[in-house]
Design a protein around this ligand. Structure first.
Ligand SMILES: [Zn+2]
Length: 127
């Protein structure tokens, strides 16, 4: 069923839960109640002298929250997989993901090999 011991799973689960809370809070702070569409709209309308600098800050902000949104998705998925006992198996090839890897990155859903393939595919521009 699973190569992880109950103790290892419990440890990773608590890591995931605290990471999930942290990301939730950070994303809430980032957005500050402003939707992404409004955010983008503001960017388009900014033409003032100090706009370039602010644009950079905002782009960085958006890029950051993109990453965090992705990570939050992975964390939630990992928690779900913990519940149904699939946690620790690669979603790509079903191999066991090493505990060391999970400790470094509890939300890892793929083994190292599948992750590399996935990232290569993801970095190819669509269209
Ligand atoms: Zn794999």
């Amino acid at each position: 069923m699973n190569h992880l011991t109950a103790g290892q799973r419990a440890l990773l689960q608590s890591e995931l839960q605290s990471r999930q809370k942290q990301l939730d809070m950070r994303l809430a702070a980032h957005h500050g109640g402003v939707s992404r569409a409004e955010h983008a709209h503001e960017l388009l309308e900014q033409d003032g002298d100090d706009a370039p600098q602010r644009d950079n800050a905002r782009e960085l902000d958006l890029a950051l929250s993109d990453l965090e949104t992705q990570e939050l998705g992975a964390v939630s998925q990992a928690l779900l997989r913990l519940q149904d006992g699939q946690y620790g198996s690669c979603v790509g090839c079903d191999a066991d993901i090493a505990f060391d890897r999970l400790r470094a990155q509890p939300w890892a859903l793929r083994c190292v090999a599948c992750q590399a393939t996935h990232e290569t595919l993801a970095s190819v521009p669509a269209g």
